[in-house]
Design a protein around this ligand. Structure first.
Ligand SMILES: [Zn+2]
Length: 269
């Protein structure tokens, strides 16, 4: 029996096994072998955690003053130079403060970003339990909003699956995230809500924008979930083998020289 989902167990490994989420589904879509190893706790991707912390720093600010204070208290080591508040806050978080001010100074942002913050939603997609956390949910206005931090809103990103450049939003699967959230909100509250993404950039002079997600993109992402999910579930439960992408850090670190590839067939991205 699944334990009740709450703020203290939302990001737990137990929940990662018991329910699906966009971030985990997305990981499996990128590389099943790496995702499974990470889920099992035998592999930790050597990632730079600062961008994640910058995002959480900004999110906590717009959640509530209390949440922001708690976040700062819990991350003194990462936020301050030498982990010491007397030495001043690190450059990245000065930038985050700048991003916060950029949004705060915009009266349209204040009007838009009204609603309940960090709302947990659950539901079932094609027979599998899913969970999600909504940055800002306004059931009265049939709207939910997600805050995103990004290096540059207008940078192009190569999409291997689409064979073309896409925006940061599609490159990070925000169309999938919004499609899932829309469905989970409907199942949790019985209300159909439209998503809006509010993005703010990490440039010295932060850029910002508010973006909607076309229904056609969201429908395509739900179709993708329906098609890919049975195999991903089977991989999670050990009845099917995970596919290796052969170029992520996990695959590189566990590779053996097997196949000989013609030089004009070497995949590039
Ligand atoms: Zn891989």
């Amino acid at each position: 029996m699944t334990k009740t989902l709450n703020n203290s167990n939302y990001y737990s490994n137990e929940q990662d096994w018991a329910t699906q989420s966009k971030s985990w589904f997305w990981k499996f879509e990128q590389c099943e072998a790496e995702a499974l190893a990470e889920l099992k706790g035998v592999w930790r991707p050597p990632q730079n955690l600062t961008p994640l912390l910058v995002g959480n720093y900004l999110h906590s600010y717009f959640e509530s003053l209390e949440a922001h204070q708690q976040f700062i208290e819990a991350h003194k080591k990462e936020l301050y130079r030498y982990g010491n508040p007397e030495k001043g806050i690190k450059q990245e978080f000065k930038k985050a403060d700048n991003m916060i001010h950029t949004l705060e100074a915009d009266s349209n942002f204040e009007q838009l970003y009204q609603g309940d913050k960090e709302v947990i939603v659950t539901g079932e997609l094609f027979g599998v339990k899913w969970r999600g956390k909504i940055d800002c949910l306004n059931l009265d206005r049939h709207l939910f909003l997600d805050l995103k931090t990004v290096d540059d809103i207008h940078k192009k990103h190569w999409s291997e699956s689409d064979h073309q450049y896409v925006s940061f939003a599609e490159s990070r699967g925000y169309d999938m995230q919004m499609a899932v959230y829309q469905e989970l909100i409907k199942q949790t509250f019985g209300v159909e809500c439209e998503p809006l993404i509010i993005a703010v950039s990490k440039q010295d002079v932060p850029d910002k924008g508010v973006f909607s997600v076309p229904d056609s993109l969201m429908a395509a992402q739900l179709d993708l979930i329906e098609v890919d999910q049975p195999h991903i579930e089977a991989v999670k439960h050990g009845t099917e083998k995970p596919a290796r992408c052969e170029h992520c850090e996990y695959c590189r670190s566990t590779k053996t020289l097997n196949d000989v590839i013609d030089i004009d067939e070497i995949p590039f991205y």
